[in-house]
Design a protein around this ligand. Structure first.
Ligand SMILES: NC(=O)c1ccc[n+]([C@@H]2O[C@H](COP(=O)([O-])OP(=O)(O)OC[C@H]3O[C@@H](n4cnc5c(N)ncnc54)[C@H](OP(=O)(O)O)[C@@H]3O)[C@@H](O)[C@H]2O)c1
Length: 319
């Protein structure tokens, strides 16, 4: 059994965008990264007790992990939690691909353990899940989770781990107002019943629900995310308007309401943070109370938009 308790914050901090090379307009996000900003993000997050950082080896093929490791050097290792992933598509050809990838993450992050280690996507549940067991036994990994797995795959992974006395300690899937497949597939209910934290990624649809972008002010045109979202910005404007209207009533911004929605649904959002003010937004979002009517109205407007934001790496959760 794992011993160290996993501390679940109101929200976790995502670093996919940290894998960009920092050049404004280009890369997956094209947000432009400033090292001093990232350090300020870390300081503000630390002060706000938001101390669970999510990353992956494939975010900028090591760049995000390296940058995160450098930025977090200012804190004692016991003062933050690290969540990173084994990505089957990037597995090496050795006998122990999961252990090998973990070693690379440990080196880049400058640590000798990971608080929460994920299988990034299912590939083969039977092949990858058992390889987590020796990592848990060695203590290099304190807890394990699965990401982008459907309910059947989650149950299978849990069964494999249970045979060795372990369990899935977290689930991480795409979950936003525009993408509620995990809810419809019963995964949120399963997590509630089993007492497993459900981490929601892309709650802001990579910024499309921030209200910052519109057909007149699209996402950076050379960025990858622009290819997914710029074409649907007109269809989601009613939703961003609704988020802003609820926010106005509550003294909050549209993205803060979108984050509060995920929290109200029982999820722990992982929010990609690239600017210091994003931490202030996260803190405000965690104190917002949406009414039942707010939640229903947001979901209705989102459904009416009728767009699919399923990532190229994802499958449908409803089987
Ligand atoms: N397991 C998986 O397969 C998987 C897949 C995707 C993501 N993830 C994880 O989940 C994290 C979150 O997903 P994501 O980063 O792709 O997208 P996201 O959290 O939906 O959106 C992040 C973007 O939203 C904007 N933003 C964030 N906070 C804001 C605030 N308070 N106010 C206004 N705008 C705000 C920023 O865009 P601008 O820079 O344009 O301002 C930021 O880059 C990732 O970083 C990663 O750790 C996991």
């Amino acid at each position: 059994m794992t011993t160290d308790q996993l501390k679940i914050p109101t929200a976790a901090l995502g670093t996919w965008a940290w894998g960009d090379n920092g050049e404004p307009g280009y890369g997956y996000f094209g947000s432009g990264l400033d090292r001093a900003d990232l350090e300020l993000i870390a300081d503000k997050a630390h002060a706000a007790e938001l101390r669970l950082w999510d990353t992956a080896i494939v975010y900028g093929m090591g760049r995000a992990e390296t940058l995160l490791g450098e930025v977090l050097k200012r804190f004692a290792r016991s003062d933050f939690q690290l969540s990173t992933k084994f990505t089957p598509q990037a597995a090496g050809s050795g006998n122990h691909p999961v252990a090998d990838m973990l070693e690379q993450s440990l080196a880049r992050l400058g640590t000798d353990y990971i608080d929460l280690y994920w299988i990034h996507n299912p590939g083969s549940v039977e092949r990858w899940t058992p390889q987590l067991i020796p990592l848990l036994q060695s203590g290099k990994v304190k807890h394990v989770g699965v990401s982008n797995h459907n309910l059947e795959e989650i149950e299978l992974a849990n069964k494999i781990l249970a045979e060795a006395g372990f369990r899935i300690d977290a689930i991480q899937n795409h979950y936003s107002l525009l993408h509620r497949g995990s809810e419809r597939a019963g995964i949120l209910d399963y997590c509630r019943r089993q007492g497993i934290p459900f981490f929601a990624y892309m709650v802001l649809e990579q910024g499309a629900l921030s209200g910052k972008y519109s057909p007149e002010n699209p996402m950076p045109i050379h960025s990858d995310r622009a290819g997914t979202y710029n074409a649907i910005l007109p269809q989601i404007s009613a939703l961003t308007d609704k988020l802003a209207a609820i926010g106005k009533r509550l003294g909050a911004t549209a993205p803060e309401v979108a984050i509060a929605w995920a929290i109200a649904k029982g999820a722990t959002p992982i929010i990609g943070v690239t600017r210091p003010h994003h931490i202030d937004g996260l803190v405000r979002a965690s104190h917002l109370t949406l009414t039942h009517d707010d939640i229903v109205e947001l979901e209705v407007v989102a459904d009416v938009a009728g767009v699919s934001t399923r990532g190229w790496w994802e499958r449908e959760m409803v089987v």
